[in-house]
Write a protein that binds this ligand. Structure first.
Ligand code: SF4
Length: 492
């Protein structure tokens, strides 16, 4: 059997989409022909070339900044050029909104029946760029991996395009898996993409080949375009599922925890080009697994970043030194709140004082810290929010980048099920109609914690210099990937 793996636009063009990349890696490891063609990356280059704004200097900077690190002001200025060029391109498609991370059609994302079927940003692109690749692989079954809502309009149109060409296709990926497990609208979606499967790719393997992620090698990549990053960003996971798995509002608690064998990670790292930036994509990087991989990362000269929890394990003597020495560019810390009561109520297993120590120790070793805070949880008081701001201010320069988000309640989670215990009333965005949704509106004892949180964040940005400086120094586009490559600002 021969396959062709595609990932539809829009996925950020700074690194390969992990689901499609790893599926291609898993099939290649079993000797199955399954090259990966990143349609999203191709789409950005296509759109930027068609735009009337000259993006050549901006693209050159994004792929080869001096010293392989971004200077924050220059990065902001070149990102602005790319944003303007995308906006100009999208201007030919009235009502469409397009950025390096988002795509929405004129009447929004939630009802595929509302997506225009003519004159979309993707039709000419599929004909010009995808068609020749399909023609070269006439007998290959097309596998389409979709991870984000921003890929949905491109995926619906891709399904239409493949059907008109009579191509056999299967659509899968984490978006469909999340919608079917913890969201709404899967049956609606199937009327537009009937080829959806919830199989994780294991069904494509020969009998007795194990789970899909048990074997991985660096796959064949068909796109010759550059990702918008100074080094190739390699997605790697130690586990699927979450090793903590206790947060009450987590939509993924039912996802089984599976460890990817150590030899598999080793093989993927060994077959990758040298000097990549490894992106550990685990929900929480398991520390023992990271520790046992440090020597190999150092040996291969790979740098790395990933998401973890700011717990006391990181204060083990010498550990952060070894992590920094082995090429750690950035750690993304899920801290969420400065209020011990909030953290305990929702099962976060984090203590703010320890988190603060971890941030300071990590920063002292030159590791960039990207800290996540979550406001607007049910029952959050004004004092809880202030405690979070106090934690951010106490950490100050120990935080390099910050994500201060407002809580969204998953359609399905333990907290949603137990909403009565937390004084919550559930609402709906779509009374009487079917729509694609991952979250539900809610109120808490007559008040709306999300609105209160937004007001607090608005005020914090105006009144707290530490908070507003952190927001300013956190790049808005290209997600965490570019933060891992961010250098210090050059003084004027
Ligand atoms: S750490 Fe993240 S993935 Fe793990 S249980 Fe908590 S919210 Fe879920």
């Amino acid at each position: 059997m021969r396959y062709l793996i595609l990932s539809p636009p829009v996925h950020q063009p700074s690194e390969p989409p992990s689901g499609a990349f790893l599926l291609s890696a898993a099939l290649a490891a079993r000797g199955i022909e399954a090259p990966f063609f990143d349609l999203s990356l191709e789409f950005f280059h296509f759109a930027l070339e068609k735009s009337t704004i000259n993006t050549t200097p901006a693209l050159r900077y994004m792929t080869s900044p001096p010293g392989s690190l971004y200077e924050p002001h220059q990065h902001a200025s070149h990102s602005g050029v790319i944003m303007s060029a995308l906006k100009r391109y999208a201007g030919s498609y009235p009502g469409w909104h397009l950025t390096p991370m988002d795509c929405s059609p004129p009447r929004g994302l939630h009802r595929p029946g509302d997506y225009p079927s003519m004159h979309t940003p993707f039709g000419d692109f599929y004909r010009e760029i995808l068609e020749p690749v399909l023609n070269e692989r006439e007998n290959a079954t097309v596998l389409v991996s979709v991870a984000y809502l921003s890929q949905l309009p491109g995926a619906v149109e891709l399904g239409r395009f493949l059907r008109t060409r009579g191509r056999k296709a299967l659509f899968g990926g984490s978006l469909f898996e999340s919608l079917s497990r913890t969201g709404t609208g899967m049956s609606l979606l199937k009327t537009f993409i009937p080829e959806v499967t919830l199989d994780d790719g294991s069904g494509l393997l020969p009998p007795n080949a194990g789970q899909v992620m048990d074997e991985l090698v660096f796959p064949e990549l068909l796109s010759k375009k550059d990702y918008l990053s100074p080094a190739y960003v390699l997605p790697v996971a130690f586990t699927t599922g979450c090793i903590w798995n206790k947060c009450l509002f987590c939509p993924d608690r039912e996802k089984p925890l599976k460890a990817i064998p150590e030899r598999t990670i080793r093989k993927l790292l060994e077959t990758a080009p040298s000097d990549v930036m490894v992106h550990f994509i685990d929900s929480t990087v398991p520390l023992p697994r990271l520790e046992s991989t440090l020597a190999l990362l150092e040996d291969k000269g790979h740098r790395f970043f990933g998401f973890t929890r700011a717990t006391g394990e990181f204060l083990k003597p010498g550990l952060l030194d070894r992590i920094a020495r082995s090429g750690c560019s950035m750690l993304q810390w899920g801290i969420e709140s400065g209020s011990p009561g909030i953290l305990e109520r929702f099962g976060k297993g984090i203590d703010p004082e320890t988190a603060l120590k971890v941030l300071r120790e990590s920063s002292a070793r030159g590791i960039r810290n990207y800290a996540y805070f979550l406001f607007g949880l049910p029952g959050e008081t004004a004092r809880d929010r202030e405690m979070t701001l106090e934690l951010i201010e106490a950490a100050g320069a120990a935080i390099s980048f910050m994500n201060a988000s407002v809580f969204n309640l998953p359609v399905d989670s333990e907290l949603t099920e137990r909403h009565g215990e937390f004084g919550m009333s559930l609402g709906t965005y779509d009374p009487g109609t079917d729509a694609i949704r991952l979250y539900s509106p809610f109120t808490c004892e007559g008040s709306d914690p999300r609105t209160e949180a937004k007001r607090f964040l608005w005020e914090a940005e105006r009144n707290s210099p530490v908070f507003s400086n952190l927001l300013k120094s956190t790049p808005k586009w290209f997600r965490a990937t570019h933060m891992a490559f961010m250098g210090p600002p050059t003084p004027f």
